[in-house]
Ligand binder design. Structure first.
Ligand SMILES: Cc1cc2nc3c(=O)[nH]c(=O)nc-3n(C[C@H](O)[C@H](O)[C@H](O)COP(=O)(O)O)c2cc1C
Length: 336
């Protein structure tokens, strides 16, 4: 008997797909979504996802083994499509019989979806436009995450509410679609479920849970921040197609602006090509996020956070957060 029957009914398709009690994914967060947070999410009835980020195949191998030692519930692995060893990382997932692989950071390269499906795993993708979403489903994707610009980390230009109105009526009847970006309370989960979503994905709300290994200073910065403090980075040079990143306003964000000017100058001088320039930018982020999450340098590191950060005010165990979200969602659906 579930405590949340209306929620369970609307989440049934998503939960069956994930193999979980609740159709709630904790989106992969580089440095944050490692064994402890991932296992805690899955143990609380949600779906934890390991953030592979820039990990080598050996590190990913260790992380999957360590996570499996902490939970017997399903969890997934998030791979960044531009990782140079993408196919080796897929092979690691295959060896561990990972059930779900999330492909993030761009259009999946040729053969990657097939390589994942070949060992029986489900493929979850992101798509910024409806046309691309349809194409990815035709090419074998099993589920889609639509992520609005309210989210923490790398973001697109369109808000979650607009993406939901655009994508869900077209796709939700025949496909699994999870909604992400700006979800802080269960009432918002209820609204997306009623629009046809199979489930939701949250990051910011779980990033500073008790089980998260994020540095105490990183967590304190989250608890202090309001929605308006989580700002998107600006693009300095129109030639450099920098994907905006939403993070708490600090010195690190100013340094990113300076870094872009520096890289643009290297482009002008012909010292780097566009691919190398973009890689330099991505390396900057990976290093800056590590500085904030692991070392606690919240002034010069990147404190990636979504606008729902204003609804994160204290450290709580994942199970408490999950229960609150489900209770709020059920209350909203019952009122309706
Ligand atoms: C600190 C942080 C790091 C993140 N790192 C990644 C990542 O490595 N890969 C990824 O696909 N998404 C990443 N994200 C996005 C989350 O997976 C998730 O989709 C997003 O946080 C959902 O929106 P919300 O923050 O409004 O809940 C990150 C988000 C945060 C807050």
């Amino acid at each position: 008997m579930t405590l949340y029957p209306k929620t369970a009914e609307l989440m049934a398709r998503g939960a069956a797909f994930l193999g979980t009690e609740h159709a709630v994914l904790c989106g992969a967060m580089s440095w944050v979504s490692e064994r402890h947070l991932v296992a805690a999410i899955s143990n609380a009835g949600g779906f934890g996802v390991i953030a592979c980020g820039a990990m080598t195949p050996e590190l990913l191998d260790n992380e999957i083994t360590a996570t499996a030692a902490l939970t017997d519930k399903p969890f997934g692995v998030n791979l960044i499509t531009m990782h140079p060893a993408l196919f080796d990382l897929i092979a690691v997932c295959a060896r561990h019989r990972v059930g779900h692989v999330v492909l993030a950071g761009g259009i999946p390269p040729k053969g990657s979806v097939e390589a994942i499906k070949a060992f029986g795993a489900k493929v979850i993708v992101f798509a910024p436009t409806l046309a691309l979403a349809k194409k990815l489903f035709r090419s074998g994707a099993d589920a889609l995450v639509i992520e609005g610009s309210e989210a923490g980390g790398h973001i697109g230009p369109v808000s979650t509410s607009v993406l939901a109105q655009e994508f869900l009526p077209e796709l939700a009847a025949d496909h699994l679609v999870f909604v992400a970006g700006g979800i802080g309370r269960g009432v918002s989960i209820a609204s997306y479920l009623e629009m046809g979503a199979s489930g939701v994905q949250l990051g910011t709300r779980f990033a500073c849970a008790t089980e998260s290994i994020a540095h105490p200073a990183f967590k304190a910065a989250f608890f202090r921040a309001n929605a308006r403090d989580a700002v998107a980075s600006v693009q300095v040079d129109p030639r450099l197609p920098v994907i905006p990143v939403r993070a708490l306003r600090n010195k690190g964000q100013e340094e990113f602006t300076a870094k872009q000017i520096e890289v643009a100058k290297l482009l002008d001088e012909g010292a780097v090509d566009m691919a190398a320039a973009q890689l330099q930018i991505e390396h900057f982020w990976a290093g800056a996020l590590r500085r904030a999450v692991i070392e606690g340098d919240v002034e010069r590191g990147s404190v990636m956070a979504g606008q729902s950060v204003g609804m994160v005010s204290k450290e709580e165990p994942v199970a408490v957060i999950m229960d609150e979200l489900m209770r709020e969602c059920e209350a909203a659906l019952t009122r309706a």
